[in-house]
Design a protein around this ligand. Sequence first.
Ligand SMILES: Nc1nc2c(ncn2[C@@H]2O[C@H](COP(=O)(O)OP(=O)(O)OP(=O)(O)O)[C@@H](O)[C@H]2O)c(=O)[nH]1
Ligand SMILES: C[S@@+](CC[C@H](N)C(=O)[O-])C[C@H]1O[C@@H](n2cnc3c(N)ncnc32)[C@H](O)[C@@H]1O
Ligand code: SF4
Ligand code: SF4
Length: 339
Amino acid sequence: MSTHVHDESAGRRLVDGFGRVASDLRVSVTDRCNLRCTYCMPAEGLDWLPKPELLTFEELTRVIGVAVELGVTSVRLTGGEPLLRRGLPELVRQIAALEPRPSIAMTTNGLGLDRLAAPLRDAGLDRVNVSLDTVDRAAFADLTRRDRLADVVAGLAAAAAAGLSPVKVNAVAMRGVNDEGVADLLQWCLDRGYELRFIEQMPLDAQHAWQRSSMVTQAEVLERLGERFTLTPTPQERGSAPAQTWLVDGGPAIVGVIASVSQPFCGACDRLRLTADGQLRSCLFARTEDDLRTPLRAGASDDELARLMMTLVAGKKAGHGIDDPTFLQPSRPMSAIGG
Ligand SMILES: Nc1nc2c(ncn2[C@@H]2O[C@H](COP(=O)(O)OP(=O)(O)OP(=O)(O)O)[C@@H](O)[C@H]2O)c(=O)[nH]1
Ligand SMILES: C[S@@+](CC[C@H](N)C(=O)[O-])C[C@H]1O[C@@H](n2cnc3c(N)ncnc32)[C@H](O)[C@@H]1O
Ligand code: SF4
Ligand code: SF4
């Protein structure tokens, strides 16, 4: 178990050179996945991390505990597909036992959630975001390269039934694949009480095939939704949330768009990421990582881990730089970073 860093870390926070404070830690628990979404993974040929390289639950909880001591208040489990990590409720239980207890959320493709939603909730999971780009079975199979729409739908229903609230749905809009169906998808989510957010596709695909010119923008999504619904900006402050939200037909239902490319929100970023093999990343698009696994396994103290985290965050860049002529996509694909 973790030796706490109360004395040394008192008053210390994860602050970067632009005054942003990291309070949201996104933890990838595996790089494996049972879907092959075209905007994320190649059809085949991506090697998985060897098991000994993955942080154990105890190692993950130790790192998360140090981050919590440094002011992290929310933890999101992601992947790859987090539900593929065996025994996941036990990890959630360990994180929920940290003090102060961070909020615990998960981003998942929903496969297997029908079985795991209740145990995860019992272990302390607070809420889930489920990725679902279309409710058209053929388009789903095209986009994910697997015919598993029914499993995702069942997973979503189980999440709602287990009280993992709010249940949010993430949809990456793809031209010629699901962009014409955005209003249908919104209606489907409204009918079931799920909060839908559209996501602009980012250059994080394993194939490095992203092109800005073919990306479906926030403006296009809003235009299509506007043909069927009346959207008005929500009155709440957005804070550091990636999603900008609108009331649908006067509310209370809302829809969001995560416009990372056309309307970057890096100026308010509060995120820090840990990969399944124990590398700390200050940004989705970071080109360098800090190895925490080696010191962790060599017996580093919590204070030493805390210093490594603070140094990494201090060097965080202002933004993703997608529009810079020198922009280079990170070598890890989205599935190995965690989204
Ligand atoms: N550019 C960028 N995109 C992000 C960031 N965090 C999340 N996203 C993207 O937003 C989409 C949805 O992410 P989620 O994992 O559901 O997280 P979230 O939107 O922060 O979740 P909520 O707290 O429920 O709003 C994914 O495509 C993520 O890659 C970020 O810090 N930067
Ligand atoms: C990498 S996935 C990991 C968790 C889980 N497998 C899932 O799909 O929800 C996290 C989120 O990133 C999104 N995503 C993946 N590749 C993306 C890309 N190139 N651009 C924007 N979002 C992407 C997915 O749609 C998903 O909502
Ligand atoms: S987006 Fe999620 S479900 Fe789709 S391939 Fe990537 S990791 Fe898997
Ligand atoms: S792209 Fe990087 S800096 Fe911008 S919001 Fe995402 S993680 Fe933060």
